[in-house]
Design a protein around this ligand. Structure first.
Ligand code: S3P
Length: 426
């Protein structure tokens, strides 16, 4: 589907973002391990989380979806008869590989055209060291992969890339392994699984960059309530900064500091953003954010900041086009391995709109400010590119922008365009 977007007047009022995708995936997988059942309140229901739900059902888990609630009943894990299709979801593929490594049966994971290009060796390698048999295409590095799980032994593992998906896969395997698993993380990535597991009382710890899973742990049951997704709210945060006369309050959003690097960047750029009413819920910081239209100046994004804003880099590139001076984003090579090559996609789309963008090996250099003009853009099948370009189109004048292949927004945010239209008109 093509989407036409034109200039927005202002973003005003209150906005409640959709539930967090990373937390919903983790709650589903942890819930599937619970021996007495598990309830997820306010889960995200999107294409990606449905991929996790579908795979867990194929693995024998009874999952009921009621209005704003998921109930997972305890049942035996079952060898799947068919290939487990992870769709577009890297989180499903990588975290599920960690869970399947400990199940004494054979399973095969695959996904769509984009997911089949994304690196899997980073998860396969530690799981093989723990005792699982895993093989896959292209020297065990690409989907489809076949897993013969079994008894695992804990390992001492240094993360080769600061990836929360790899870390979480090893933690999930470690929960079923003999002996402790230690994961060494040099740059902190999102820690929702660690927080959820310690909130559920499993004895998992994190200190000085070391995550320790004590060994075999039984999760009895529990309940998790999911707060708003910072990465989905980020499109509105950036839109409010860029669209004149905007003044928006984003409500009940996750403010876990491993996710909110964008707020620090916005403050450095001179953006008017403040956190209101911070509280703790299910082991996570949750609060409201007020954001107002602002004049911006350029900044530099440092390597160690990347994991805390990994999904917001396309939005930072957009902010940079409107900031005075040259913004340099480096250390972001991981963006080439997302749903699409996001560095290339942003350089192409912002360039088409008249921005001055140079693509480097591991980042982008953007000279601002530039007036963006309506154009024909591509989402490259990537939900975050489609939504970032919607915000870009909303700050153009004199016509509408066409964004090709827009349906992919349902991967993380099915209601995106209706939320955007409602707030942008108001
Ligand atoms: C995610 C981790 C990040 C992020 C992705 C979701 C997660 O990927 O880009 O959207 O839920 O663990 P990496 O861990 O590969 O950086």
């Amino acid at each position: 589907m093509r989407m036409l977007v034109s200039e927005a007047r202002k973003l005003k009022g209150k906005y409640l973002p959709p539930p967090d995708k990373s937390i919903t995936h983790r709650a589903l997988l942890v819930g599937a391990l619970a021996t007495k059942g598990f309830r997820i309140i306010n889960p995200l229901l999107s294409d990606d989380t449905f991929s996790t739900i579908r795979c867990l059902k194929q693995l024998g888990k009874p999952i009921e979806i009621n209005h704003k609630e998921i109930v997972i009943s305890p049942d035996e894990w079952r060898e799947p008869e068919e290939i487990l299709d992870c769709g577009n979801s890297g989180t499903t593929a990588r975290l599920l590989t960690g869970l399947l490594a400990r199940q004494p049966f054979f399973s095969v994971l695959s996904g769509d055209q984009s997911l089949r290009k994304r690196p899997m060796r980073r998860v396969v390698e530690p799981l093989v060291r723990m005792g699982a048999k895993v093989s896959g295409r292209n020297g065990d590095s690409l989907l489809p992969i076949a897993i013969k799980g079994g008894p695992l032994t804990g390992i001492d593992f240094k993360l080769p890339v600061p990836s929360a998906q790899v870390k979480s896969a090893v933690i999930l395997a470690g929960l079923g392994a003999e002996g402790p698993t230690v994961i060494r993380e040099s740059i902190r990535s999102r820690d929702h699984l660690e927080r959820m597991l310690s909130w559920l009382g499993t004895g998992i710890t994190r200190e000085n960059g070391l995550i320790r899973v004590p060994g075999k742990i039984e999760i009895e049951g529990g309940e998790i309530s999911v707060c708003g997704d910072f990465s989905s709210a980020a499109f509105f945060l950036v839109a409010a900064l860029l669209i004149p006369n905007s003044d928006l309050v984003i409500e009940k959003v996750n403010l876990n500091p491993t996710r909110t690097g964008l707020i620090e960047v916005i403050k450095r750029m001179g953006g008017r953003v403040e956190i209101l009413d911070l509280e703790y819920k299910c082991g996570e910081e949750v609060g409201n954010i007020r954001v107002q239209h602002s004049a911006l100046k350029s900044t530099q994004i440092q390597d160690e900041e990347i994991p805390g804003l990994i999904d917001e880099i396309p939005l930072i590139a957009l902010l940079a086009t409107r900031a005075v001076g040259t913004t340099i984003i480096s250390g972001a090579r991981e963006l080439r391995f997302k749903e699409t090559d996001r560095l290339k996609a942003m350089a192409r789309n912002l360039g088409a709109m008249g921005a001055v963008v140079e693509e480097t090996e591991d980042g982008l250099i953007i000279a601002g400010p530039a007036e963006l003009r309506p154009s024909k853009l591509k989402s490259f099948g990537d939900h975050r590119i489609a939504m970032t370009m919607t915000v870009a189109a909303a700050i153009t004048s004199g016509g509408s922008t066409e964004i090709e292949d827009f349906d992919c927004v349902s991967i993380s945010y099915p209601e995106f365009i209706s939320d955007f239209r409602r707030l942008a008109d108001g």
